[in-house]
Design a protein around this ligand. Structure first.
Ligand code: FAD
Ligand code: FES
Length: 253
């Protein structure tokens, strides 16, 4: 993990209210696992805390994240200009660690939760991915080329404006007899992860399942305890340092 000053290369609008930001680091990024994230300053000293985003692409010195504009920090990043300097801390967190034996991976993503899943697909060419991704509507859909690298891709939307009117968890469950999954990986809003956990339990599906969690963060490196989540055994974990990826049975959702 290192903290460096990066230079903005480009900011591109990729969907309604969603942007892709590529920054150049002073040195090559090194290896980054899908699900790892970075903490980035938002270019204004009035916002001291860096913002966490899943790393979508890391090639040479260039790193790309994609984000939805939520509040002041993400709005400032959307307004960033080529050449702006932003401080970056990376790579952070554990990421999705896929065992060698898992060959067929089901990918379930909802909304901005799809972003950390992209490098898992592009970085594991020896595995087959079956992706089920959900968006609010057609205007929110993005990175479809990246998910198109999957063996199978199912897109659903809340309003049916693209693909079936459904959510990503249901889309997988309806199709699950057709996919012999060795592992499930998922990232999305808490309501989606809760539904996934409940459905796996209800249907007696014992396929190992990893989920990436989002919590409000401070330091991003395990020191401030802002991001703690409850574990099923009653203990607590730091999402930034012990996660953000956990076994779904390991955490309270
Ligand atoms: C590990 C991790 C990976 C993430 N990856 C992505 C991603 O790839 N794309 C994306 O669009 N979003 C992602 N998020 C959420 C993103 O960090 C927040 O949307 C963003 O920090 C909001 O900042 P803001 O200043 O616009 O919002 P404000 O609401 O103004 O933020 C105020 C403070 O709350 C924090 N905060 C607000 N919402 C969140 C949130 N959902 N999670 C964590 N902190 C939050 C901010 O960091 C900031 O410190 C991720 C969050 C985590 C924890
Ligand atoms: S954000 Fe500080 S401990 Fe996780």
């Amino acid at each position: 993990m290192k903290e460096v000053i990066s230079t903005v290369k480009e900011v591109v609008r990729i969907a309604d209210n969603v942007y892709s930001l590529t920054v150049a680091l002073p040195e090559p990024v090194g290896e980054v696992r899908g699900g790892q994230f970075l903490n980035i300053s938002t270019g204004d000293n009035s916002r001291l805390l860096k913002r966490p985003f899943g790393i979508v692409r890391a090639e040479g010195c260039d790193v790309t994240v994609c984000f939805q504009v939520k509040g002041e920090g993400t709005q400032a990043l959307a307004n960033a200009r080529k050449g702006d300097e932003l401080s970056v801390l990376l790579p952070l967190g554990n990421g999705f660690i896929l065992p060698e034996s898992a060959k067929n991976i089901v990918v379930i993503g909802g909304g901005v939760g799809i972003f950390p899943l992209v490098p898992v697909i592009s970085g594991n060419k020896d595995k087959k991915f079956y992706s089920y991704i959900g968006f609010r509507n057609r205007g929110c859909a993005c990175l479809l080329d990246e998910f198109g690298k999957s063996q199978k891709l199912t897109i659903v939307t809340d309003d049916g404006s693209m693909g079936e009117k459904d959510n990503a968890v249901n889309a997988y469950l309806k199709d699950r007899e057709n996919v012999k999954a060795d592992m499930i990986i998922a990232c999305g809003p808490p309501v989606m992860l809760r539904a996934l956990k409940a459905q796996l339990k209800e249907k007696g599906i014992t396929t190992p399942c990893l989920v990436s969690l989002e919590e409000r963060m401070g330091c991003g490196i395990g020191a401030c305890l802002v991001c703690v989540c409850a574990k099923s055994d009653g203990s607590r974990a730091r999402v930034c340092k012990d996660g953000p990826v956990f076994n779904i049975d390991e955490v309270e959702l």
